[in-house]
Design a protein around this ligand. Structure first.
Ligand SMILES: C[S@@+](CC[C@H](N)C(=O)[O-])C[C@H]1O[C@@H](n2cnc3c(N)ncnc32)[C@H](O)[C@@H]1O
Ligand code: SF4
Ligand code: SF4
Length: 311
């Protein structure tokens, strides 16, 4: 298997978080992890660009906790990267949104799993009010593309249609991802996994909405794969997953992973350069192991794979 030039990079710029999401480990482990410095992240961004990547997403942890985020965005722009940010929205004030836009941010996803204050608090451990206000204000000016990122779990299944309608009202795209219990930084809680029987009618409704131009970013293929994935623990009706071949995943301790679905460490950027790790025999072996992997339903990777095959 030849090693391809990577197309996208996902960079966790912090391991800290100001939310308390039920399905995520970040806030539980944050005291054990110290953030990479500005200079370390600049070096990582330069190495990503040097490998030929043109798209990067900043995530975490909660990236808006970093006061140097604008500096990192500006630096990535100079290196020729287009930058997407994923945030819980709590600190996305109009001032911060504008300063990120000015720095050259290309767009952002705001996580929102429910419109109901009780459910939101149950799932994400904090209050919804600021998040909603910040999200609506960010979307209002249409200054940057803004999307809602919704994690589907057993608790919010009945609300997905409402979230799509909300997205349409505010002219925002909405992107769904299924809760995973063994992905990088995932907190395992089997009660959060919907059953295939529970999700199937909801998926059918979402596909109907998509047909009538509701702003759902996911492909029908991805959505329709979810009941089967939940039934069998793997999907069979999607194109092969290309994440380990085309995407660079860099964790909050600067570990390189083959994808967010597998908590495997290929190498660490504090010890080895990105180029060395990307083209290393160890990464090749891991890619071989994952060649036919169908073990996760992370839309951030699977939707990219479909796009790559369609390109
Ligand atoms: C890890 S968070 C980091 C960025 C930011 N803190 C946020 O919440 O948007 C990125 C996305 O992963 C989602 N996520 C977290 N834990 C997950 C899990 N176990 N399964 C699937 N998605 C998960 C979050 O809801 C969020 O949309
Ligand atoms: S999903 Fe995002 S907001 Fe929630 S705890 Fe994890 S990193 Fe924080
Ligand atoms: S399906 Fe792809 S992204 Fe998911 S665990 Fe397997 S290789 Fe990783």
């Amino acid at each position: 298997m030849d090693t391809s030039t990577p197309q996208r990079a996902h960079l966790n710029v912090t391991g800290r978080c100001n939310s308390r999401c039920r399905y995520c480990l970040c806030w539980r482990t944050q005291n054990a992890v110290s953030d990479p410095s500005t200079e370390e992240l600049k070096s990582v961004i330069a190495q990503i660009a040097e490998l030929g990547v043109t798209q990067i997403s900043f995530s975490g942890g909660e990236p808006l906790l970093r006061s140097d985020l604008e500096t990192l965005v500006e630096y990535a722009v100079v290196k020729g990267l287009s930058i997407w940010l994923v945030t819980n929205g709590l600190m996305l004030t109009t001032h911060r949104f504008m300063s990120l836009a000015k720095a050259g941010l290309g767009g952002l996803g705001v996580s929102l799993d429910s419109l109901d204050s009780e459910t939101y608090r149950y799932l994400r451990g904090v209050r919804i009010e600021k998040v909603l206000k910040n999200l609506i204000n960010a979307a209002k000016g249409q200054i940057l593309p803004v999307a809602i990122a919704t994690t589907i779990c057993s608790i919010n299944l009945h609300e997905l249609k409402d979230l799509v309608s909300f997205a349409k009202t505010h002219r925002i795209l909405i992107s769904f991802q299924l809760y995973q219990n063994d992905a990088h930084l995932a907190a395992s809680d089997s009660a959060l996994s919907p059953t295939a029987e529970e999700i199937e009618p909801v998926i059918n409704e979402l596909c109907e909405m998509k047909k009538t131009r509701y702003p759902i970013a996911n492909s029908r293929e991805y959505l329709q794969s979810l009941p089967e994935y939940l039934r069998r623990g793997e999907w069979t009706n999607l194109p092969v997953c290309l994440a380990p071949l085309l995407e660079i995943c860099i964790g909050e301790t600067l570990n390189i992973l083959p994808c967010w679905g597998k908590d495997m460490i290929v190498g660490n950027l504090r010890k080895t350069s990105l180029r060395e790790i990307w083209y290393s025999p160890r990464f090749q072996e891991i890619r071989e192991t994952l060649r036919n992997c169908r073990n996760c339903a992370l839309s951030c990777h699977l939707e990219n794979s479909q796009r790559n095959l369609l390109d």
